[in-house]
Design a protein around this ligand. Structure first.
Ligand SMILES: [Zn+2]
Length: 501
């Protein structure tokens, strides 16, 4: 979909659907009537009265165009109180317009740049938010459909009142296009079934990203033999049940100028998780192609770097493997040794993500980063705690965690802090090895998983662990701009964080 700009009054524009926003305030009715009614001969006012439209967040009013308005339909969306306007309200309003335009088979949307009259108005950020939502809402994964649905909606035009703001808005659009291209890379990778999205295929995607980067991104792939040499016993234990060769992916991006910071992004890359011999029930396995969503978020982020060119050195690390049951699979009770020298008693082969991450985190630390961020669809317990739309952020460093949470908030990804409670570390102690891979308690499973990972991160490197098991894959639409399936969760937050360094 093309995102265009126009300057002037949105009411003068023509097209399929017109989007206008209304704030909720004391003189709402007068403001509303003053704005739209003289052009629509009472029609809008009557309809608004009928459904008690008063501009609350998320309220919508859809009316046919015609009369003096040169559009098929007008969608009025409530933006709530001016002082409370969040960028995500703007995203949801835009998403609602895109959804309706698609439903009605309309070819174009014209929208005013929402929130132009608020105090914190920033044409770049507002245009960025609207573009993000429009592109995310118009995503469709059709690779396996014989009949591709015809996408009628081809353009969104953002109409900007003040001529001085047009350039900034254009910059916001361009930035959003780059970021959402990265999100789309992640969504496509996650939506592709496990039969096709093997570790080899994930490695090929990394190679492709490097190839398209014109030298900005380089990639190194380690196979089973090389991982054996590096003594990645925890990761290889997960891989040993599958005939698909594990692929340890290491992407690097180096800026032309001196890097302001060196960071490592580590993504869980279990391309299909059956649970291994501790096999999952069949319903629990249905969406397990999404168990590489952390890795996909890292790849999606790298896909944006050639265009964004941040002054940050970035390492992307994904220990990709399948987790399958077979006569070569790891058994519950087996003890393996990770590359940092720690022995791990594997009591449940379905707690495999942390095993792959153990070696991935240790490898990442050897690149001497100043910050480590891992993303993993790690625990069902996290979904129990925070629901399907919110990820958990656990960290050894309050400042870093605050930076990540703030980046998530700005980018519209929902995230909440959770503790690395040291009193719980004893729940991961094994009688006969250094660690066990599942807790001795039924409770607090996402925290004990985080504590397990902490053993593989040097104390001096600030680290944040993001458990994205909830929001990585939507079993029902999230808000108004993310449909079912892979969400590409994490890319927007990571890019926002990197841009802020
Ligand atoms: Zn698992």
């Amino acid at each position: 979909m093309k995102i265009l700009t126009a300057q002037g009054d949105v009411l003068e524009q023509g097209g399929g659907l017109m989007l206008i926003g209304m704030f909720q305030h004391e003189n709402f009715r007068e403001a509303f009537i003053g704005r739209v009614n003289d052009r629509t001969k009472d029609r809008v006012e009557k309809t608004a009265k009928h459904i008690a439209f008063e501009g609350k967040v998320g309220q919508t009013l859809l009316i046919p165009g015609g009369d003096a308005l040169d559009v098929d339909f007008v969608l009025v969306v409530g933006l709530g109180k001016q002082a409370d306007l969040h960028l995500d309200t703007i995203r949801n309003a835009t998403g609602a317009a895109i959804q309706i335009a698609r439903q009605y088979g309309l070819g174009s949307v014209v929208a005013e740049l929402l929130g132009e009259d608020i105090e914190t108005y920033d044409p770049l950020l507002h245009a960025k938010a609207m573009t993000e939502a429009a592109l995310l809402a118009s995503y469709a994964f059709t690779n396996y459909k014989d009949e591709k649905p015809h996408q009628k909606l081809v353009s969104l035009t953002l109409v900007i009142e003040d001529a001085n703001d047009v350039q900034a808005a254009k910059k916001g659009i361009e930035l959003a296009e780059t970021i959402i291209d990265g999100v789309t890379v992640a969504r496509d990778l996650v939506n592709t079934p496990g039969q096709d999205m093997t570790p080899k295929r994930l490695a090929a995607a990394a190679t492709e990203i490097a190839k398209l980067s014109a030298g900005a991104v380089t990639v190194k792939i380690l196979g089973r033999k090389e991982c054996e040499k590096r003594k990645m016993g925890a990761y290889l234990a997960v891989a040993q049940g599958s005939h698909e060769e594990p692929q340890f992916i290491h992407l690097s991006y180096k800026p032309e100028k001196r890097a302001k910071k060196r960071i490592a992004l580590i993504g869980k890359g279990v391309t299909f998780d059956s649970g291994g011999l501790s096999i999952k029930p069949s319903s629990g396995m249905e969406t397990m192609k999404c168990d590489m969503a952390g890795g996909a978020a890292v790849l999606g982020t790298f896909a944006t770097l050639a265009r964004l060119r941040p002054e940050v050195e970035i390492h992307g690390i994904i220990a990709a493997t399948e987790n399958m049951p077979s006569d070569t699979a790891i058994r519950p009770g087996d003890i393996v040794r990770a590359s940092n020298g720690m022995s791990i008693e594997i009591l449940n082969t379905d707690a495999e993500g942390r095993l792959t991450l153990a070696d991935a985190l240790h490898y990442a630390a050897q690149q001497k980063p100043e910050v480590m961020i891992d993303l993993a669809t790690l625990t069902g317990a996290c979904v129990v705690a925070l629901g399907e739309e919110i990820s958990a952020a656990m960290s050894t460093n309050d400042e870093l965690r605050a930076q990540i949470l703030s980046a998530a908030n700005r980018s519209g990804e929902n995230m909440w802090p959770m503790p690395l409670e040291k009193n719980y570390a004893m729940l991961m102690e094994s009688d006969i090895a250094d660690l066990r891979n599942i807790s001795t308690s039924r409770y607090g499973g996402s925290l004990t998983a985080g504590l397990f990972l902490k053993n593989f991160v040097p104390e001096e490197i600030p680290w944040v662990h993001l458990d994205i098991a909830g929001p990585a894959f939507a079993e029902r639409p999230i808000g108004k701009y993310l449909g079912k399936g892979a969400t590409g969760y994490g890319v927007r937050t990571l890019v926002e964080y990197i841009r802020g360094i």
